[in-house]
Design a protein around this ligand. Structure first.
Ligand code: GDP
Ligand code: IMO
Ligand code: MG
Length: 422
């Protein structure tokens, strides 16, 4: 009957994949509504690590239908790699994976355009994952895009040729980059044949019918709210609406169908790629968070920038998304910190405030830190929220007060079972 949403409240990599996988069994459908293979959602089950990029994180739960919505951009080449990884793990995805005909396609030249655009920006580059996301969404909004439903059209090759020629013309305007289009194109067309074995659906009808039939949907966000095209730290953002509003346009669901908005935040904060990060720690504390938290990108392997949790930033994304409950992940990463800090407010332009400035990219923000004593013990043995050390519970309690929102669960390890209801 209703749609619940899981999305990231920071700059991505909050642990959305783990939480979606954990909660998925309570739902009938798990649907991705935006983004594409720039996402890397990690799930650890029975000691084995799986990383999903385009496929929804409900795929490891038998009986649950997984839908790739119209708001997603799909690269047949990456998608086939994901499908093969599922086959290697004996996951029978075929009857449970459905793809919207209206999802847009990423073609090889989108990736080249991404690389060329970043090369042209030089030092002010976005730090894109170079998966072709920006150029694919540009073609969508520019009304030139190719969609999954086009794959079965008789003149698909011709449609592809038109867009490819347009891209090659654009690439000539940028600094030269290396690519082997002939090889990539052959691979692309081979992968398309495999993609065509998946079930394509008119997903807006499918999901609305599911709701009419009394089914429940978990909408899975990619990236984080601070990377939202409208409200993120523009231009250092991705090219889709990562906030809860994206669920409606990315699945064809009306706003009054959305029930819970579950925001995921780490117990600290990370960002990968360029752009402002007010609480970033550039010295050894940041390095310690990176090493203990294994903060290296699931898609690109790049080291993630690390810092303290940021209350004004979270209040902003709680507001934008209408968050009804928060899940705090990676609490265990703070186990060995004598002192844990939190940015309670920002100071800039001679005032203290919780408001993020329009010119956050240029502004020198001085985060006003408050400090908590660490719990200094391993959370490895934890079996319930109540068995957390008192100081860890106090930290969660303080965050709840500062964020004025219920923290419904805490995660203390990458494994499926290390998640506790508070
Ligand atoms: P996503 O993009 O939001 O799904 O997050 P990623 O998968 O990119 O990054 C989260 C990383 O943290 C992954 O390696 C997870 O396995 C790991 N992880 C998730 N929750 C926890 C946790 O509570 N503790 C620890 N130590 N690792 C976690
Ligand atoms: P998940 O779903 C973290 C970042 C990139 C770059 C900016 C734009 O795993 O949380 P793009 O490839 O979209 O052009 O990159 O956004 N970015 C992410 N950072 N997690 C992600 O996804 C990200 N997807 C994109 O690093 O700064
Ligand atoms: Mg990730």
């Amino acid at each position: 009957m209703a749609v619940d949403v899981i999305l990231g409240l920071q700059w991505g990599d909050e642990g959305k994949g783990k939480i979606v996988d954990f909660l998925a069994e309570k739902y009938d459908l798990v649907c991705r509504f935006q983004g594409g293979p720039n996402a890397g959602h990690t799930i650890k089950i029975d000691g084995k690590k799986h990383v999903l990029h385009t496929i929804p994180s409900g795929i490891f739960r038998p009986d649950i239908i997984n839908v790739i919505g119209n708001g997603v951009v799909l690269d047949p080449i990456t998608m086939v790699k994901e499908l093969k990884a599922l086959e290697d793990s004996d996951i029978d995805y075929l009857p449970r994976l459905l793809v919207s005909r209206k999802a847009h396609l990423i073609v090889p030249t989108h990736r080249y355009l991404d690389a060329a655009s970043e090369a042209a920006k030089g030092l002010s580059k976005i730090g894109s994952t170079l998966k072709g996301i920006g150029p694919a969404y540009m073609d969508k909004t520019g009304r030139n895009g190719l969609r999954v439903g086009d794959l079965t059209a008789e003149d698909f090759e011709n449609k592809y040729k038109i867009i490819k020629e347009k891209h090659l013309g654009l690439i000539r305007l940028y600094p030269e980059i290396d690519f082997d289009l002939e090889y990539e194109e052959e691979n692309f067309f081979e992968c398309i044949e495999k993609i065509k074995s998946l079930t394509f659906i008119n997903s807006e009808y499918y999901v609305n019918q599911a709701l009419t039939d009394g089914k429940t949907i978990l909408a899975e966000g990619a990236q984080g709210s601070m990377l939202d095209i409208d409200f993120g730290t523009y231009p250092y953002v991705t090219s889709s609406n990562t906030i809860s509003a994206g669920v409606c346009s990315g699945l064809g669901i009306a706003p009054n169908k959305v029930r819970e908005v579950i925001g995921i935040a780490k117990a600290y904060c990370t960002r990968v790629g360029s752009g402002p990060f007010p609480t970033e720690l550039l010295e050894e504390t940041g390095e310690k968070l990176r090493q203990v938290g294994k903060e290296f990108g699931a898609t690109t392997g790049r080291p993630r920038r690390c810092g303290w949790i940021d209350i004004p930033q979270l209040l902003y994304t709680i507001m934008l998304n209408g968050v009804t409950q928060i899940v705090i992940t990676k609490l265990d990463v703070l186990d060995t910190f004598e002192e844990i800090s939190v940015a309670a407010h920002y100071a800039y332009d001679g005032r203290t405030t919780n408001e993020l400035p329009f010119d956050i990219v240029d502004k020198n923000i001085d985060p006003q830190l408050i400090h908590f004593e660490g719990w200094n013990e391993s959370l490895d043995h934890i079996t319930s929220f109540d068995s957390l050390p008192q100081r860890a519970r106090d930290y969660i309690g303080q965050l709840e007060k500062l964020l004025k929102t219920r923290i419904s669960m805490v995660s203390t390890g990458p494994e499926r079972e290390k998640l506790f209801v508070s």
